[in-house]
Design a protein around this ligand. Structure first.
Ligand SMILES: Cn1cc(Nc2nc(NC3CCCCC3)c3c(C#N)c[nH]c3n2)cn1
Length: 279
């Protein structure tokens, strides 16, 4: 097995967890047999904007460490002209893989994960970051809680081909808010005026919908254009089959409101009766 040296510390590579264009995530062991995740980014083909976006992501990840346990722990990083190594806490599994493998979700587990997701996203919003591309693959399970692994600032990661990803989470439209689709003011890659923290609420609502009904609201529509029209079409009624947890049903209905101004906020979601832990 090969080894990686970061800031003079040697790590043994156990396996590759995932890979994207020019980045890879490995599971590694340090000399004391502690498990870590290392994100490797090859900068040889990267343009200046990409390099800048990765540096920006690392700076934010580093700065937000102290504010929430629901942000993945960053231990060290090494940036050179040809590569970046980011040493982080390793999760047991990402939420996308976990959701696909789990047929039913335990209601208490779902409630705890929801609280973790809200806290993580509230933290980045408090520091002026809107993710705008939240999906299950952005969260990993560490022991019993969920942690956010990226802020949507740098390019994203494609899980390893061996983990057969059917609806590969990269570039999926299933979590996209209507205002991002309707937004005419934005050029590709530019932050648009329409994207607000409420866009992340819609995406979180889609994740919770999936944890409740086993699929995202528009997953059955396979034609991508038809899907986009359904997301923005107010006459396309989303289905909310009846469930025992009426509070959860209310959360889903309030997150999946097409008008971002009428959509519930993260602060209101954290006060919602669904999170009162009596049940
Ligand atoms: C499947 N699986 C995932 C883990 N754990 C894990 N995956 C991480 N990224 C994965 C890369 C591929 C897509 C899914 C996320 C990171 C990480 C970053 N970035 C920082 N810590 C991590 N821990 C164990 N199995």
């Amino acid at each position: 097995n090969e080894s990686i040296v970061i800031k003079g510390k040697r790590f043994l590579v156990l396996k590759m967890i995932g890979q994207g264009g020019s980045s890879k995530v490995y599971q590694v062991l340090d000399q004391r047999n502690q498990l870590f995740a290392v994100k490797y980014v090859n900068l040889e083909e990267a343009d200046a904007q990409t390099v800048e976006s990765y540096k920006n992501e690392i700076e934010h990840l580093n700065r937000l460490q102290q504010y929430s346990d629901q942000i993945i722990k960053l231990y060290d990083y090494e940036i050179t002209n040809s590569y970046i190594y980011i040493l982080m806490e390793c999760g047991n599994l990402d939420l996308s893989t976990w959701l696909r493998n789990r047929k039913t979700v335990n209601p208490l587990e779902r409630k705890l994960y929801w609280k973790n997701m809200l806290e993580a996203v509230q933290t980045i919003h408090k520091h002026g970051i809107v993710h705008s591309d939240l999906k299950p693959a952005n969260f990993v399970i560490v022991n019993a809680s969920l942690k956010l692994i990226d802020f949507g600032i740098a390019n994203c990661i494609q899980p390893d081909v061996t983990s057969i990803m059917t609806d590969s989470q990269v570039g999926t439209l299933n979590y996209m808010p209507p205002e991002a689709i309707k937004d005419t003011s934005s050029q590709p890659g530019k932050a648009s005026s329409k994207i607000s923290t409420k866009g992340d609420v819609w995406s979180l609502g889609c994740i919770m919908y999936c944890m409740t009904y086993g699929k995202t609201p528009f997953q059955t529509i396979t034609n991508q254009i038809t899907k986009l029209h359904a997301i923005i079409d107010p006459t396309h009624e989303m289905e909310f089959p009846d469930i025992a947890e009426k509070d959860l049903l209310d959360v889903l209905k309030r997150c999946l409101v097409r008008n971002p101004r009428e959509r519930i906020s993260i602060a209101e979601l954290l006060e919602h009766s669904y999170l009162k832990l009596q049940s």
